[in-house]
Design a binder for this molecule. Structure first.
Ligand code: PEP
Length: 264
């Protein structure tokens, strides 16, 4: 079976969702600038709304924090009103892109066929690392379908993809019932779900690619109060943080706790 604990460089990703105006995003970026000096370059990512990316990037450019987008389209250019392409977010300064967040699956009816197209487009855009979101809803959990759902979502989003040696993919396990609910998953349950994900990736890509090219992170109601329970768990390589990322002090507490356990 897989190793105990993750020996990978961990990553903590802030998802600001559509919660902040441009001014509020600028203020939060300025706050983060003061709190984040301790981090290793690239270990912390913030994902502002599209309108705020360029200004936030300007503020954080000489800090260890890098920028991600909250979504991306699957074509690079064309008549796709309202969409933003991977090359556009790259040009704006993003190094990461979240794909298939459950809120987009719910409100924009994104499905894993679309998520697969988005993943391919991002992988074809040198310089952006995809963060692919998966996770079961409450009903699927209650009816014991979680494992099946996770395997299925991985197969649909990643099936047929082959990765170059230097390409990274982050899988964010985000149980939908835990997002924004204030109730995080129990750490043992997260370890179990991450093991399912790890074994599925081993099966799909082989153990070497699964270990070298993938990180598996957890998201769902993480806060500074509970983050200690998620540090040093098997196959948990980082966190995706929503609500707790909207305050610089709180977010940096979460990031510090998680990253303290990272390989130096
Ligand atoms: C998210 O939406 O990705 C998330 C993890 O949100 P929260 O931390 O607020 O549950």
């Amino acid at each position: 079976m897989e190793s105990v604990k993750s020996s990978k460089n961990k990553i903590v990703i802030a998802n600001w969702k559509m919660k902040l105006s441009l001014k509020e995003s600028i203020d939060l970026a300025n706050d983060l600038k003061n709190y984040c000096k301790v981090f290793k370059k690239g270990s912390v990512v913030v994902c502002p709304n599209f309108m705020s990316i360029i200004e936030v990037k300007k503020i954080l450019k000489d800090t260890p924090i890098v920028i991600g987008s909250q979504d991306v389209f699957w074509e690079q250019q064309g008549a796709y009103t309202g969409e933003v392409s991977p090359s556009m977010v790259l040009e704006a300064g993003c190094e990461y892109a979240i794909i298939g967040h459950s809120e987009r699956r719910k409100y924009m009816l994104e499905n894993y066929e679309m998520i697969h197209q988005k993943l391919k487009a991002v992988l074809n855009t040198d310089g952006i690392t995809p963060i692919v979101c998966i996770g079961e809803n409450e009903d699927e959990r209650k009816t014991d379908r979680r494992d099946f759902v996770l395997v299925h979502q991985l197969q649909q989003s990643l099936g047929g993809i082959s990765l170059l040696e230097n390409q990274q993919v982050i899988i964010a396990y985000e149980p939908i019932w835990a997002i924004g609910s204030g109730i995080a998953i129990e750490p043992e349950e997260a370890v179990y779900a991450h093991k399912i994900i790890k074994l599925t990736l081993n099966d799909m890509f082989g153990p070497q690619v699964s270990s070298n090219n993938f990180k598996i992170i957890y998201g769902g109601s993480i806060s500074s109060k509970i983050v200690k329970d998620f540090v040093d768990l098997e196959n948990i390589d980082g966190l995706l943080v929503g609500g707790a990322s909207l305050n610089a002090e709180e977010f940096c507490k979460v990031a510090k706790a998680m990253l303290a356990s990272s390989k130096k």
